[in-house]
Ligand binder design. Structure first.
Ligand code: SF4
Length: 243
């Protein structure tokens, strides 16, 4: 039986994208293949992970990492699936654990759970491994940072993702450029202009500023020149005090 390192398991309210507000079980997995400057998640593999004892109470127990998949399945099944819209498999970058998810997810699908994958959209081969078990894909398109771009791999990933329900998220800040947004827009339009695209203003930190209101209006107009459905949705869990 395979083992999987976990960061945390809890019940909460989805704070991003078109499913904002739905109740989900969150399975957060460690490690990431990127180092985004605005990352707000601890990505190292912890020696222990935390699991909410009774969903929604914020009372956590700690357990040793990695956890055998049968034990993880047992833990997840202590949650009442009927009040949860879906299981958010998030990270870090959860596709770094595609081998383990390939084994785990079919058992959860069998129990009737909808699988919602949150991914940075850069590991298309790993996506193919688990695609049959995934229902919804929240895919980031990473605008260039630290001199690196991911356009080609994002396009391949997005093409694969269209086999399922997919939406694209672009995290934007005050320094985002029209050139970057045109590039992202054209990439999405080449795959399918009807793909829902979310402009997500970055939650500001000391080094990164949120976009100005005028910028958001200009950028949405720019994207709507070639895309059919473009929405501006900020991270909402931050201001309603959710994890
Ligand atoms: S892809 Fe996500 S988890 Fe990874 S560094 Fe970027 S923001 Fe953090």
């Amino acid at each position: 039986m395979l083992n999987l390192p976990v960061t945390e398991i809890f019940s909460s309210i989805q704070g991003e994208g078109p499913y904002v507000g739905v109740r989900q079980i969150f399975l957060r997995l460690p490690k990431c293949n990127l180092t985004c400057p605005y990352c707000d998640t601890e990505t190292k593999i912890p020696e222990q992970f935390r699991v909410e004892k009774v969903p929604g109470t914020r009372i956590f127990a700690t357990m040793e990492n990695p956890v055998p998949l049968d034990k993880l399945l047992e833990l997840l099944q202590t949650y009442d699936f009927s009040i949860h819209h879906s299981l958010s498999v998030t990270g870090g970058e959860p596709l770094l654990w595609a081998d383990e998810l390939q084994v785990l997810l079919p058992f959860l699908k069998e129990k009737g759970l909808t699988i919602y994958l949150e991914t940075n959209g850069t590991l298309p081969d790993q996506l193919l491994q688990i695609l049959p078990m995934v229902d919804l894909i929240s895919m980031d398109i990473k605008l260039p940072f630290d001199g690196k771009t991911y356009w080609d791999v994002h396009e391949i990933f997005l093409r694969y993702s269209t086999q399922k329900e997919v939406f694209v998220k672009l995290v934007v800040n005050q320094d985002t450029t029209l050139k970057e947004l045109r590039h992202a827009r054209d990439l999405i339009a080449r795959v399918d202009p009807s793909i829902l695209t979310i402009l997500q203003p970055v939650t500001p930190s000391r080094s990164i500023q949120a976009p100005k209101p005028k910028q958001l209006l200009e950028w949405q107009s720019l994207l709507l020149e070639k895309l059919i459905n473009v929405r501006v949705i900020p991270q909402t869990h931050v201001f309603i005090g959710q994890l």
